[in-house]
Design a protein around this ligand. Structure first.
Ligand SMILES: [Zn+2]
Length: 67
């Protein structure tokens, strides 16, 4: 078996599989780094088992400042 390049066992980008770049490890470029970041953010903000349904208007009674 022959590998197309001197870096046979070089680590690869976890997003697209291209050879990693030291500057953007463990990715190959800033773009792939952003992709991974967006995935993480979506996972962090997403609330499981809850539809995006917002209520508009004020169901709560108006607060009276009289005292
Ligand atoms: Zn990549």
């Amino acid at each position: 078996m022959s590998v197309p390049g001197p870096e046979g066992s070089a680590p690869r980008c976890v997003i697209c599989g291209k050879p990693q770049v030291a500057r953007f490890r463990p990715f190959c470029s800033k773009r792939c780094a952003n992709i991974d970041l967006n995935r993480w953010l979506k996972g962090a903000y997403a609330v499981p088992g809850r539809p995006e349904d917002e209520e508009e208007g004020g169901a709560l009674p108006p607060t009276s400042a009289k005292g």
